[in-house]
Ligand binder design. Structure first.
Ligand SMILES: Nc1ncnc2c1ncn2[C@@H]1O[C@H](COP(=O)(O)OP(=O)(O)OP(=O)(O)O)[C@@H](O)[C@H]1O
Ligand SMILES: [Mg+2]
Length: 232
């Protein structure tokens, strides 16, 4: 999916190279975990895969499409339909209730408000939020907001699902429930699911685990072989 991707932020003396030639692959039908120390470039990499950031160099291909070559409506379409993104900071809309937030991608695609809300309600119910559909983000706990953000990323069944620390605010039970939903989407719908995480409680859900350090992918392992690694 990425070959030799480089990315820097800042200018002049404050310029810092954050990605230093990243080789990263994820497959449809699989859960790929991306782990590594804080600041190593995980969010930057998945933002590039999702066409929210442009790399300075290297190749990025997502399902045969090169996002850097997309412009205008095609770029918007890629971001809206192909990708579902769970942000590290959730990024929910404060003036919309839980069901409305989760339904946004459907509304954007022209699904009627009633139908979109019904679909969002069903998914939120699977995530344990059936009793909180009409609550606003400010009335929800961090873990509840996180699950609304996850519902919003999945509701339109995107081919690429990218989750930045999706279980960081969740207890073990809710975290497993989220992973089970993500896994079923990967396997049954043949979606590529990428999960950035520090949460080693959920490693068993991974089909492969890719380790990053200092702007590079240093190793990809299968979960079964993980004992050899010290992962914080
Ligand atoms: N928009 C930006 N402008 C300047 N520097 C940035 C920007 N975004 C990220 N960085 C820097 O790039 C580096 C990598 O950031 P990134 O968010 O990709 O790390 P991460 O691996 O996701 O870390 P964490 O586990 O803490 O979320 C950090 O040093 C960060 O300060
Ligand atoms: Mg991050």
């Amino acid at each position: 999916m990425t070959r030799g991707v480089i990315k820097s932020f800042g200018t002049g003396d404050t310029r810092a190279q954050v990605l230093r030639g990243v080789e990263f692959d994820a497959q449809a039908g699989e859960m790929t975990f991306l782990v590594g120390p804080s600041g190593c470039g995980k969010t930057t990499l998945i933002s590039i895969l999702s066409a929210m950031l442009t790399p300075d160099g290297g190749d990025v291909t997502v399902f045969g499409v090169e996002p850097v070559k997309l412009r205008g409506a095609k770029l918007t379409d890629f971001r809206m339909r192909t990708v579902g993104f769970v942000f590290q900071q959730f990024n929910l809309m404060p003036a919309l209730d839980a069901a409305e937030n989760a339904a946004v991608p459907l509304i954007v695609q022209g699904v009627g408000a009633g139908r979109a809300r019904k679909q969002a309600a069903a998914l939120l119910d699977r995530l344990g939020l059936g009793a909180h559909l009409d609550k606003y983000p400010a009335q929800l706990s961090a873990g509840q907001q996180q699950r609304v953000a996850i519902a919003r990323a999945l509701i339109h069944e995107p081919r690429l699902v990218v989750c930045d620390e999706p279980t960081a605010s969740l207890d073990a039970t809710s975290g497993r429930a989220v992973m089970e939903i993500l896994k079923s989407i990967a396997v049954q719908k043949n979606r590529a699911v990428i999960v950035v995480t520090h949460d080693n409680r959920i490693y068993s859900f991974a089909d492969r685990i890719t380790f990053m350090a200092d702007g590079r992918v240093v190793r990809t392992a299968l979960p079964a072989s993980l004992q050899e690694y010290e992962v914080a």
